[in-house]
Ligand binder design. Structure first.
Ligand SMILES: Nc1ncnc2c1ncn2[C@@H]1O[C@H](COP(=O)(O)OP(=O)(O)OP(=O)(O)O)[C@@H](O)[C@H]1O
Ligand SMILES: [Mg+2]
Length: 259
């Protein structure tokens, strides 16, 4: 199982939309995916109609449930399960977590137990827009990080800041590496086209070729609580997310063995 954290300290850049859409695209290719909602806003859980009264990610952080089976919920997306988020995540303190190795390792241990039993192919973690305790715990557990980002100067500064934080995490999680930057909400406007070129120049080789185009279908899909791939399979964003999964996961996502 590969654990991928979807992170950006900036809000509203498409992290949750990316988590749902990538999970849906992987499931279309027959992959088994677990979504972990590490955000107190719980957008991912609400969008995917999770049972919010069931045990959530805080149960993992508190080490209260030794059997992972009791934490996993099926979603309406075949092949995609979820561990829901909780508003209580706001109360977790980064300093306290860092000072408590057992808590810091809670999500990593949870992932290790799932990997040992080969329950999923991928665990995708949707992070809050902050370097919070839950975000740190997921980076401690992750193999890779995907940074969705819209285009703009603030966004570019945010990514610079985040890549420094990720480098800082390498001392506690040496296996962590940057999968790449995914440009979201792309549209054909001079600011976006020039900003994308700047982003590629600032982070050479780190920005995925595929960009996710802006379309209202993504926002509409939330009202219907469906992935955009189901809600509007031929929309620009749905097609882009499928293309992104092909680019990022390559043969891995199609069941081919990489040599
Ligand atoms: N490709 C897209 N085209 C148009 N709108 C989009 C696209 N991707 C995301 N959005 C919209 O932008 C808003 C923010 O997206 P999303 O919630 O996925 O971002 P986020 O980074 O998870 O936000 P937060 O930091 O608050 O968790 C939502 O209203 C969503 O519907
Ligand atoms: Mg979000």
């Amino acid at each position: 199982m590969k654990t991928i954290s979807i992170v950006n300290l900036k809000g509203g850049v498409g992290k949750t939309s990316t988590a749902i859409s990538v999970a849906a695209a992987l499931a279309e290719r027959g992959k088994r995916v677990l979504l972990l909602d590490a955000d107190h806003q719980c957008n991912l859980s609400l969008h995917l109609r999770a049972d919010m009264d069931a045990p959530d990610v805080c149960t993992i952080l508190d080490g209260e449930e030794p059997y992972y089976e009791n934490l996993l919920q099926h979603t309406y997306l075949r092949g995609v399960d979820i561990v829901p988020g909780s508003l209580d995540l706001m109360a977790y303190d980064l300093g306290v977590l860092n000072g408590n190795p057992q808590r810091r390792a809670a999500i990593r241990d949870f992932a290790a137990a799932l990997a040992e039993d080969d329950v999923y192919d991928y665990m995708l973690v949707d992070c809050p827009p902050a370097f919070s305790a839950s975000c740190a715990a997921t980076l401690y557990a992750a193999d890779e990080v995907i940074i969705p980002t819209s285009i703009g100067q603030y966004e570019e500064w945010g990514v610079e800041n985040l890549t420094r934080q990720i480098d800082g995490m390498l001392s506690v999680n040496p296996q962590l590496h940057l999968g790449g930057l995914l440009v979201t909400m792309w549209h054909n406007a001079p600011l976006v086209v020039q900003g994308e070129a700047r982003m590629r120049e600032a982070f050479p080789g780190r920005v995925f070729r595929t960009v996710i185009r802006r379309t209202d279908k993504v926002g509409e899909s939330a009202y219907y609580r469906e992935s955009v791939l189901d809600y509007s399979p031929t929309s620009a964003a749905a097609r882009d997310y499928r293309k992104f999964v092909d680019e990022y996961f390559g043969g891995e996502a199609n069941g081919e063995v990489k040599v």
